[in-house]
Design a binder for this molecule. Structure first.
Ligand code: G6P
Length: 368
């Protein structure tokens, strides 16, 4: 086992640091001549383009990855996207139609709830697409077509490198579906060049490791941690909070920053740590005003911003700031989650919990 971990203490740590490589293998051979080539979808792209709706279905981190992709899939394809937590779709027996493309996202390809939701979507006649890290998995066998994320084997129970590769695969999926649209061509080209630069930016953001360790040591005794995001990075808030609760066993919630004044604001005081994701995108000025409102309630803020923006988000320097490299807005979630993965990892080690086998959790939940 130690050989497989190499110089790392834990699989989760190794898998976080592997991301520049796993992102590269996810894209290998798929970005060609200014376009995207997804062999597994070739024969179905036309049907997907004609679908009335895309339904993303998954559990846990895989659901969050799909949520991170939702906005750019809608933007690049013009097809409405709805989100389904697999178990909730089954509980509601929610509507799935023949004109739907149902996209199932699962690292293992063996999660029981996701597979049952797949059976349900197949029965209802939807075109079913699988996005998985596991060649030969039940998901990849039972779907009509799909894309492997090729992130390499993930062993740590808390999913890290699979999350970032899943988002990248969904970006490529959106680019492929939208590739017949002339009006979005410049945007597609910018995203493709953003994709190529992601491994380099992932290496750069990993240099925050010791800063995240230091931040973790300041949070070690906190009872709770809130994470506020919006737009592209609402999913980052959910996934960052999920990492913290899964492995560091600390209560943590990811929230819509836009919902802050409708409840969460009541929790704000000098003690509760709050991470605000405020990297540059169309929502930046709204996040600046959220920060002002939190500061006027004496909130204890940790702000994630784009490199060079520290004084724009924390004018009097009173907040702790995490500066990350800026990438194409829709790909920013791939970069922004990495410091939060590092934070969750270090919090877990410092709090003395098992990183790779968190209490009560399993890598793949194969029962309902
Ligand atoms: C379990 C794991 C999570 C994972 C979820 C979905 O709960 O602990 O890390 O995100 O299952 O797994 P899947 O293999 O379907 O992505």
């Amino acid at each position: 086992e130690q050989i497989k971990k190499g110089s790392y203490d834990h699989f989760m740590q190794k898998e976080i640091h592997e991301q520049p490589h796993s992102l590269t293998t996810t894209m290998r051979g798929r970005l060609k001549d200014g376009g995207v080539l997804l062999g597994g979808l070739k024969e179905h792209l036309k049907t997907i383009r004609r679908s009335r709706r895309v339904v993303f279905i998954g559990c846990g981190t895989s659901y969050n990855a799909a949520l991170a992709a939702r906005t750019f899939v809608e933007e690049l394809t013009g097809i409405p996207v709805t989100m389904e937590v697999a178990s909730d779709l089954l509980d509601r027996q929610g509507p799935i139609y023949r004109e739907d493309t149902a996209v199932f996202v699962s690292q293992s390809g063996e999660t029981a709830d996701t597979l049952l939701a797949l059976d349900y979507a197949l029965e209802n006649g939807a075109l079913c697409v699988g996005i998985t890290n596991t060649v030969g998995s039940t998901l990849s066998r039972r779907t009509h077509c799909g894309i492997h994320i090729n992130a390499g084997c993930e062993i740590g129970v808390a999913s890290t490198k699979a999350y970032t590769s899943q988002i990248v695969v969904m970006a490529m999926l959106a680019l492929a579906i939208g590739s017949d649209q002339i009006s979005t061509q410049p945007r597609r080209e910018a995203i493709i060049s953003g994709l190529s630069s992601l491994p380099g930016h992932a290496s750069e953001v990993l240099k925050l490791d010791s800063e995240m360790k230091e931040l973790a040591s300041s949070l070690i005794d906190s009872e709770s941690l809130l994470v506020f995001g919006r737009g592209y990075n609402y999913a980052t808030a959910l996934e960052g909070a999920l990492k913290v609760k899964e492995v560091a066993l600390m209560h943590s919630e990811g929230m819509f920053a836009g919902e802050m004044k409708h409840g969460p604001l009541a929790l704000v005081d000098e003690n509760l740590p709050i991470i605000v994701i405020a990297t540059r995108d169309a929502c930046f000025s709204k996040q600046q005003s959220v920060i002002q409102q939190l500061l006027s309630r004496k909130g204890r803020l940790i702000i994630m911003c784009s490199k060079g923006d520290a004084s724009a988000v924390s004018p009097n320097g009173s907040c702790r700031v995490i500066e990350v490299p800026q990438v194409a807005d829709c790909l920013q979630p791939v970069i922004n989650i990495i410091p939060l993965q590092l934070l969750a990892y270090h919090l877990t080690v410092l709090r003395g919990f098992d990183v790779d086998q968190p209490r009560n959790l399993a890598k793949s939940v194969t029962t309902q």
